[in-house]
Design a protein around this ligand. Structure first.
Ligand SMILES: NC(=O)c1ccc[n+]([C@@H]2O[C@H](COP(=O)([O-])OP(=O)(O)OC[C@H]3O[C@@H](n4cnc5c(N)ncnc54)[C@H](O)[C@@H]3O)[C@@H](O)[C@H]2O)c1
Length: 377
């Protein structure tokens, strides 16, 4: 049994606290911390934990094995560093931080700590992305030739933006749809396909009174292929569709269904044998298969939230003192953030951005965005 606390019990943290108190095996929720005293008191009373309103106070008073950090983005690094310095294992909500500069500071502290440090990348527990990953890793679809990721199903109305003080501003959140919603898909993209070396992006704000982007069209160049990435949170809710075409097969993943076709011959072999001027004589040995998310998984997600899978994984890794068990280690958190920072930087400068880019330059550009935002208020 591990003693655990949740820091930040707003929309997400309150769910984590409930799951840790009621559902996750071997988890003993002992404390809740939130600067909003009402929220902290309410959750603490409901879940029979102790309420704190200050992180330092809680860390001084409690003997904790783990904490879950579910506060707004800008506070993640500061809180995570404090916990690690006290020898406490951490599970950090996405994103790891707002800038790669800060994320690296955190990773430096975490590196030699020997602690279990994890990210809340819950979509890695979706069995369709896991299947896609194993198909790619096994070579079943051959060499990747092309990737298309279209994400238009995270619809956000003006009402949503009006609700939350810190959301969709450079000063409060450090970005818009990329850092808030698409961080999950950008993590999946790199988890499945690796990291690009170059990005060109066009980010826009459409149809909402916000300062950050809610519409993104980008090209990412990988060593052997390109990815077209499209994301929008303002248009009629559409799809979450990832297509990865290899030279032997093609995978298409929607959020709850997936199909894939694996051919026996690779496209270069088909091409070599083709005796037709046009049209594609398909490799007839190929089969298209379907794969489903599964009713049981969908029901489980609806009841507990997909995030509960990562909570269980974290608690188990802490109990076993084994960070190799983690589905989403903290040090992988910086990869999606690198993509987010590069997408922003490319759009702001109207230039192609090479990865790795200058972390300090990005931090400076963000500062300027925040200044401009303040002046325009
Ligand atoms: N994994 C997911 O699918 C998912 C979904 C939603 C949100 N999130 C993430 O969860 C985090 C919180 O988002 P939310 O929507 O719950 O926000 P929220 O505003 O509803 O809750 C944040 C809470 O943190 C508290 N807080 C702020 N600073 C604090 C501090 N220094 N110490 C203690 N408490 C503090 C606030 O009072 C608030 O109660 C963000 O990182 C967000 O990106 C993740």
């Amino acid at each position: 049994m591990i003693n655990i606390a949740v820091i930040g019990v707003g929309r997400m943290g309150s769910k984590h606290a409930y799951n840790l108190a009621k559902r996750v095996k071997n988890s003993n929720l002992v404390a809740i911390c939130d600067v909003d005293t009402q929220k902290a008191n309410l959750m603490a009373k409901k879940l029979k934990a102790k309420a704190y309103y200050d992180v330092d106070e809680m860390l001084k008073s409690e003997q904790l094995d783990g904490v879950v950090i579910a506060t707004p983005h800008y506070s993640h690094v500061k809180i995570a560093k404090k916990c690690i310095e006290k020898g406490i294992n951490i599970l950090c909500e996405k994103p790891i931080s707002v800038t790669t500069l800060e994320a690296k500071e955190l990773l430096d502290v975490a590196k030699d700590s020997g602690l279990v440090c994890s990210m809340m990348y819950n979509q890695r527990t979706n069995r369709m992305y896991q299947k896609a990953r194993s198909l790619i890793a096994s070579g079943a679809i051959g060499k990747i030739q092309r990737v298309n990721f279209t994400i238009t199903d995270w619809y956000r109305s003006q009402f949503y933006y009006n609700m939350g003080g810190w959301r969709a501003s450079w000063s409060g959140e450090g970005g818009g749809t990329l850092i808030n919603q698409c961080v999950h898909q950008l993590d999946l993209l790199q988890w499945l396909c690796g990291m690009p070396y170059l990005i060109k992006s066009y980010n826009q704000t459409k149809g909402r009174r916000i300062t950050t982007e809610n519409d993104v069209t980008a090209i990412m160049r990988f060593d052997d292929f390109d990815c077209v990435f499209t994301a929008s949170t303002h248009e009629i809710p559409g799809v979450n569709r990832l297509e990865i075409a290899g030279d032997k097969g093609i995978i298409t993943v929607y959020s709850k269904t997936m199909k894939y076709r694996i051919n026996k011959m690779s496209e270069p072999e088909v091409n070599q044998r083709a005796r037709r001027d046009y049209g594609n004589k398909r490799d007839k040995s190929g089969r298209t298969k379907k794969y489903w998310y599964g009713l049981k998984n969908a029901i489980q997600d609806a009841i507990r939230g997909q995030q509960c899978n990562i909570l269980e994984n974290f608690v188990s890794a802490v109990e076993n003192k084994n960070k190799d068990l983690l589905i989403a280690p903290l040090d992988e958190g910086i990869k999606a953030l690198t993509l987010i920072n590069a997408l922003n930087m490319s759009s702001w400068l109207n230039e192609e951005v090479k990865i790795p880019f200058d972390d300090e330059e990005y931090a400076q550009l963000l500062k300027e965005k925040i200044e401009k935002e303040k002046q325009e208020k």
